[in-house]
Design a protein around this ligand. Structure first.
Ligand code: NAD
Length: 261
């Protein structure tokens, strides 16, 4: 049987951990060549090693870059095209949560930092990748938003503002590029147990974070955290040609918790 990603090139940011790593492993298993971007070189090497275990023949390029720096974004896109000649799927995913605080105490520097990574980074990525995909006349972009991109979270001004921005960018650009054969969507994950969420629970109570986690998922109809690989399956589908007609949309993956908003 033909794999969904045979002869396809997938570019992923934030590929060193969590959702980016899970998606990288999934598309690699299905035949993709990969360009993996992260700020953390060790984390990139770890993802590459995990891919080699499950998909030894996958071609993997790793690029250390900061998505909030436009020059570095331009370089990671150019390097990907120089190596693979095309970009079929782009998981525009790198992001941080930032510190939790009341809006008045949140801090302008923290706000700027979170928005620079989560929103500007997604915009820069789209800017350079869309140039490539428009010329190709094909491609799929999946931007990582969040439940915090479709409702308020509390104590997360920068995160909520940036993720609402990602939803806006997705809806706007999806309208522009559909006619060129390029589809653009966002995912809105609920609480998925990754290092980011572990860090967030530890901010609330470093000694009792697992207990806090259990309370946190109590309102969820499924009473549990999502798993990174569950997001990996969704992202693989959305990046594949099977999902080409899903465009300018936000897809929740949250165990049903979005019934509340
Ligand atoms: P994670 O911390 O496990 O992974 C994020 C990765 O992004 C890390 O490897 C980190 O080094 C990298 N990164 C951070 N800043 C970067 C930068 N400036 N340039 C390049 N790489 C950078 O987190 P995760 O949970 O996998 O989160 C991935 C995305 O999913 C984020 O955008 C996050 O906001 C979003 N998200 C996560 C959840 C969840 O519950 N885990 C829920 C909703 C949305």
């Amino acid at each position: 049987m033909q794999n969904r990603f045979d002869d396809q090139v997938v570019l992923i940011t934030g590929a060193g951990s969590g959702l980016g790593q899970a998606a990288a492993i999934q598309v690699a298993k299905e035949g993709a060549s990969l360009s993996l971007v992260d700020l953390n070189q060790e984390a990139l090497d770890e993802t590459k090693a995990k891919i080699q275990e499950v998909a030894p023949s996958a071609e993997v390029l790793v690029i250390k870059a900061d998505v909030s720096n436009e020059d570095e974004v331009k370089k990671y896109v150019n390097q990907t095209v120089e190596t693979f000649k095309q970009i079929d799927g782009f998981f525009n995913n790198a992001g941080i949560e930032g510190k939790q605080n009341l809006t008045q105490d949140y801090g302008s520097d923290e706000f700027e930092k979170v928005v620079n990574i989560n929103l500007n980074g997604v915009f820069y990525g789209m800017k350079y990748v869309l140039e490539v995909m428009k010329t190709q006349g094909t491609g799929s972009i999946v931007n990582t938003a969040s439940v915090g991109g479709i409702r308020g979270v509390g104590n997360q001004s920068g995160y909520a503002a940036s993720k609402h921005g990602v939803v806006g960018l997705t809806k706007n650009s999806g309208i522009e590029y559909g006619q060129y054969g390029v589809s653009i969507k966002a995912i809105a994950p609920g609480a998925i147990m990754t290092p980011m969420v572990e860090g967030s629970l530890k901010q609330i109570d470093p000694d009792n974070w697992e207990k806090i986690g259990e309370q946190f998922v109590e309102p969820n109809p499924m009473k549990r955290f999502g798993k990174p690989e569950e997001v990996g399956y969704l992202v693989a589908f959305l990046l594949s040609n099977q999902a080409n007609f899903i465009n300018a949309s936000v897809i929740p993956i949250d165990g049903g918790q979005s019934y509340q908003y």
